[in-house]
Structure formats: C-alpha cells, structure tokens
Design a protein around this ligand. Structure first.
Ligand SMILES: *Cc1c(COP(=O)(O)O)cnc(C)c1O
Length: 451
C-alpha cells in the first residue's frame, strides 16, 4: 500500500510550489505541513497530527473548516452552474448576496461591486473614489491619506496606501505617493491615558492633515478599530466618529477596510458600527465566504453610484473588472455564511467567548517580558518584548516569534506571530476548553522565546 506522509508531500511541494509570504529557505529546517483534512477548528496532517487553527487560516475562516451548511450550499450551486461572467449576465447568488449585504451593512451602502480578494477590493475603492472626483470635475483630488502601520494588501495600489515597512520597503520606488498620518495606535498611549483620549489626541494630526490637503485628497483609508497585519494594534471607536465628521466637513471620502475585521470579529457585525458611522466605501473579503472561496465586495452609496451613471458617450463608467467577478460558487458560500449569522446568536456567543479569552489571557499581562495584552472582540494579542519597563523590543533578527510558532506546532496549535506579537483570531466555533489550550500553549511558547 502506498502511504502518503508529510515528508513525501513536502519534498514534492518544494520542487515546484513557491509559498506566499515565505522565505523559502526556511523550509529547509521547517518543511510545510501537508493537510489531509480539516474539520471545525482542527487541521489534520498526513502523519496523523492535529493543529488547532487559532488564526482562522489567515483570518478567513469564521465557522470552522468543512462546515456542513456551507458545504451543502456550495454543492447545491455546483449542480446548477459554477461561474458565468457578471457583465451582461447576472445570477441569483450574486443578486441575493448584494441584497443581504446592503441589508446588514451600515446605512446608505446600497451598491455592491464584486472583486475577488481583499487587495482587489482596495484597488476598486481607490479607483472609484478618485474616479468619482474626476467625474465631478474635481480633478485635483487624487491623493490618499493613510495611517502609519496600516495594511491594505499586496497589489501595488493597496501596498502604496499601506504602511508596514516589511512588505512595502522593497517596492517603494513603484508606489504612488500618499499622505501618511500617525495612527491612533493605543499601544503608544501615554501613561494614565485612556484609549479614547489617546485616539482623540492622535486625531488632531489627522484633522490638521485634512485641513491642509483637502483640495488634493480623494479619500482617507483606515482599518476600523484594529490594524491587523501591523501587529494587531488597536484604537478607540471615537477616532472613527471624529474621522467621519471631518471627512464630511472637508469633502473627502472615507474608505473603511473591513477585510479583516468585518463579520463579527470585533464584537459587532462591522467594526464601523461601534462608532455609529457609515463609510463611503466599505471593503469586505476574508470572512465573507466563511473562508471557502476568494471573493470580495466594495459597498458604496447612491451618491457615488450616481456620479458614474450616464450615457456611455459621457465616458463616466467604471470600466473595472476581474475575470471571476461575482463567482457563483463564492457567492453561494457567502450567502450560506451570512445565513449562519441570521439563524444563530453568533455575536452574543462571540461576546461570551471573548470574555473567556480575556479572562484566560489576563495573567499574561504581568509576565516580565509582556508589554501589553490587548483585545477587541475575538482578536487578542500579546506583545512580548525584551524589557517590559522600557518596552524595548527583541531585535527582529532573532525571530523569537518563530520560536513560539514552532513550539505551538509541537503542541498541536497553529499560531503565527507577527514579529513579537502573538495573536489569537480563532474561528467562532472554538470552545472554551480549546481557548484554554490555545492560551496555555502560547504562554509556554512565550516563555521559551524569552528564555
Ligand atoms: C488581508 C487584508 C487585505 C488584503 O486581502 P487579500 O485577500 O490578502 O488580498 C486588505 N486589508 C486588510 C485589512 C487585510 O487584513
């Protein structure tokens, strides 16, 4: 009998597959793990080992792997058809999903433009905002304002409005010029300062930038409440309320990138809800299909839509497309995912899980090498440092996060720290006992990494 093993698959893999966000030489020492199957929060490999997916497979999986309801919805769609181009044609999955998104999104976001991943959603929003102002005769409005430490994806436009040096630095000569404003990151708050006060203080810098540059600025782009790829840095909703009113005052669009934080992650369906605001563009992806298939959506309002609506000869149309726009299988997965929210008290359950996670993480806050434990909904992070009193970080070259990663794999948990930030972003179907395991293993890993 032919038994497939991890190492056999890893050897084949390394002959041809180039992995994302990876220095391939690292695989000489830590080969990729071959997945045989996955169910709920557990991933199983070919050597019979299991891993708790504590990071939802890069933040996409909401309700666990191989979810029966989503499986059934994708299968049912597969019996009808798999994909038909969305220009000139339409189909129920795309229509019903747009209806549902418009229903649950913050008020006024009535129009849904599909793309196929988070980065392309960002490209769509940037192009639409710029193009809106062109169509309205405001030709100078062509710059974007972004926050320091923000992340919006890897394509050149998305990379340009992002600010994580690790990903951006090499490509800087290729990127459009943007205005970068210090983020409201509450890790940087002064002693005794509340999150709200810190966010409010930082907002003054945003307001000054907008006041100065409004005539040249098309939009401000932010990740509401949590800068995820930037190390799960968090801020207070007050920043978003202040930003919304300033954007109104200065005539600048607000793009909310909820690619990572949308769909219940932060405690509300969308993070913007916590500030009671509607952005001009809402970018959604990752959890949209429950982690099944690549799909993204950019929601906007009738005002933006109207600026493009004209006779063809007026040359105002938004002529952007991707081959797989509105893919029917992906839309079916997304509808099934949203159906789970409609049929169960997901947000309430998440609040209980978040409270349990907070309780389990609390003791880590006193660890001699932990500078901060922070949490927003079902995103939690532990920032470990060399010196707690000065917050001096471990040198990045030492790659101590990798020690945590490797320790966790040995113990059957998938953690993938961002530098020296160990974070948790589990599927919503995780149990309290599994949370205990995840936190226990992370604490052991931090202990080892700081030894
Ligand atoms: C992951 C991410 C993106 C990019 O999405 P991809 O599907 O990886 O292209 C954009 N914005 C945020 C906030 C993200 O976390």
């Amino acid at each position: 009998m032919n038994t497939v093993t991890n190492s056999a698959l890893a050897a084949r893999d390394l002959r041809h597959v180039w992995h994302p966000c990876t220095q391939m030489k690292d695989h000489e020492r830590l080969p990729p793990i071959a997945v045989r199957r996955a169910q709920g929060v557990w991933i199983e490999d070919f050597d019979g080992r299991r891993y708790l997916d504590a990071i939802s497979s890069w933040w996409v999986n909401l309700f666990g792997h191989a979810h029966p309801g989503i499986n059934a919805a994708v299968s049912a769609q597969l019996q009808q058809f798999e994909h038909v181009m969305l220009a000139g044609f339409t189909h129920e999955p795309a229509i019903a999903l747009a209806e549902e998104l418009a229903r649950i999104a913050p008020p006024g976001l009535t129009r849904c433009f599909y793309a196929d991943n988070g980065s392309s959603a960002i490209e769509v929003a940037l192009k639409m905002s710029f193009h809106f102002w062109q169509n309205r005769g405001r030709r100078r409005k062509r710059r974007f304002v972004t926050l320091s430490n923000s992340y919006h994806g890897e394509t050149l436009g998305a990379l340009a409005v992002g600010n994580v040096e690790l990903y951006k630095h090499t490509y800087a000569p290729l990127l459009m010029d943007v205005l970068t404003v210090p983020s409201p990151d509450c890790y940087e708050r002064e002693s005794g300062e509340s999150w709200a006060d810190c966010s409010r203080r930082r907002f003054a810098l945003m307001e000054a930038a907008l006041e100065r540059h409004a005539d040249d600025v098309a939009a401000v782009i932010v990740e509401p409440l949590v800068q995820c790829a930037g190390g799960m840095r968090m801020y207070d909703p007050i920043y978003l309320s202040l930003l919304r009113s300033a954007c109104n005052r200065f005539g600048v669009h607000l793009i909310a990138d909820e690619v990572a934080v949308g769909f219940g992650r932060t405690g509300t369906m969308f993070a913007c809800e916590q500030a009671g605001i509607s952005p001009d563009f809402l970018c959604l992806s990752k959890g949209l299909t429950g982690g099944y298939l690549p799909l993204s959506a950019v929601l906007t309002g009738d005002d933006v839509y109207g600026a493009f609506y004209d006779e063809y000869q007026a040359q105002r149309a938004f002529l952007h497309s991707h081959s797989y726009t509105g893919n029917a299988l992906a839309c079916a997965a997304a509808r099934a995912t949203l159906g789970i929210f409609a049929g169960a008290p997901v947000l309430e359950d998440n609040r209980r899980l978040a409270a349990h996670l907070a309780e389990r993480l609390a003791p880590l806050a006193a660890h001699p090498h932990v500078a901060e434990v922070r949490q927003t909904g079902l995103i939690a992070a532990v920032e470990f440092v060399r010196d707690r009193s000065t917050r001096e970080p471990w040198p990045w070259q030492e790659r101590r996060g990798l020690i945590v990663h490797r320790h966790a794999l040995e113990r059957g948990v998938l953690l993938r720290p961002l530098g020296n930030v160990v974070y948790f972003m589990p599927p919503y179907v995780i149990t309290p006992a599994e949370i205990d395991l995840m936190v226990q293993v992370a604490a052991e890993g931090i202990e080892r990494a700081c030894a």
